[in-house]
Design a protein around this ligand. Structure first.
Ligand code: XIL
Length: 373
């Protein structure tokens, strides 16, 4: 068993260089902006099975968000990424402010770079995201637009972005964080278009790529409670209206002091699955900054949470991916977001696996899962 895995792994490891070249060639043929070529990666064979090899043999996706600058600049970053994951989510490169900084002028260089890397390494891309209340360009937030203009602008944005990556990005977070604590969150879209902006966004994404699996993605609705009930009601209504919704992303930004319990996460996944929806954990990280215990105890508690969440996902057939919001503590959004240092991810800042990494290895190894929905 071990030797078979290693052989597969070694074959894997020889592929990236060739695939990177093929990927770049394919991109130039299709007219997609070609990223500046980098020397072929030398991904070191791991001693033990990697997260990726364990997930792959279970036809499951293990993923992370990607910081495009680290991907370009740090060999350890790209090598670890290719070795450990089979799914990536661009951290900022596909957001509205990045992709349409001027009205009607699209910039896809960063997103293209990530997509080319993913293709070269046979990774799935979760497109993130098309409609959000924040990270919008100034021309949009400072402008005054009629409802009809907003509809045209949002439609053009979605169609242009989704079409560009047809065949390369087949999962999209179409609408991100639209829910408040029970009612829809205020945003330029809700105010300017009305609640129907959500259904419209999914219809446009479907029009641009009929093959893509379209997700609603949010935080704070992972377990049971007012927000997850509201998300449940929202997506159930969308399905009843015939909106092309394939799944719900549960972000899972949690901390050692605040997290949903496993039973509730399981129940929530099951009720979404019962609607016929796919579920994915899309942005997991575990903050440690509010916990007073010594580091070793914090890392053990963090490992347990990662392991349990993955186990819960693996136990539900409809849960098809487990994605973290980064993989190395050297590049997490949490310190900038909270203004305090933190260690929320599964590799330390020197790319050494933390206890949380081994908890994920264990959860995958113990899973008897054989296929995706
Ligand atoms: C965050 C990025 O990590 C930051 O770099 C950026 O400045 C702001 O957005 N929920 C989401 C993600 O859906 O898009 C957010 O990403 C984190 C919270």
């Amino acid at each position: 068993m071990e030797s078979v895995n290693l052989e597969v792994l070694q074959r894997f490891i020889r592929l990236p260089g060739i695939l990177l070249i093929l990927g770049i060639a394919a991109c130039s043929l299709t007219g997609i902006q070609t990223p500046i070529a980098k020397p072929a990666l030398t991904v070191q064979p791991a001693q033990a099975p990697t997260l990726r090899s364990l997930a792959q043999s279970r036809r499951f996706y293990i993923g992370t968000t990607v910081n495009v600058n680290a991907l370009r600049d740090e060999a350890a970053y790209s090598a670890t990424l290719a070795r450990e994951f089979n799914m990536v989510t661009p951290e900022v490169s596909m957001k509205f402010s990045e992709t349409e900084p001027q009205r009607g002028i699209f910039t896809f260089a960063q997103a293209d770079y990530i997509v080319a890397f993913a293709q070269a390494h046979q990774m799935q891309v979760r497109g993130h995201n098309l409609v959000w209340y924040t990270d919008l360009p100034a021309w949009l937030t400072n402008g005054k637009f009629t409802r009809a203009e907003l509809i045209t602008m949002l439609r053009d944005h979605i169609i242009t972005e989704v079409k560009r990556y047809r065949g390369q990005v087949n999962i999209w977070d179409v609408v991100n964080e639209a829910m408040g604590d029970g009612t829809l969150r205020d945003s330029i879209w809700l105010r300017g278009i009305g609640p129907e902006y959500i259904d419209m966004a999914f219809q446009w994404a479907r029009e641009a790529n009929p093959q893509a699996r379209l997700f609603y993605n949010d935080y704070g609705g992972e377990g049971l409670g007012r927000k997850s009930d509201a998300i449940y009601a929202l997506v159930k209504g969308m399905l009843q209206r015939g909106v092309p919704l394939a799944g719900v992303g549960l972000q899972m930004h949690i901390s050692l002091n605040s997290y949903p319990n496993q039973k509730d996460v399981l129940a929530n996944m099951q009720r979404l699955a019962a609607l016929g929806l796919e579920v994915q954990i899309t942005e997991m990280d575990v903050k440690t900054q509010d916990d007073a215990r010594p580091m070793q105890a914090k890392l053990a508690a963090q490992a347990q949470l990662y392991g349990e969440m993955l186990q819960t996902c693996l136990s539900v057939t409809a849960c098809t991916a487990f994605v973290m919001w980064g993989f190395t503590d050297a590049h997490s959004w949490i310190p900038a977001f909270t203004g305090r240092p933190d260690y929320p991810l599964i590799f330390d800042a020197l790319y050494r696996p933390k206890p949380a990494y081994f908890a994920l290895v264990q959860a995958l190894s113990q899973s008897t899962r054989v296929g995706v929905k």
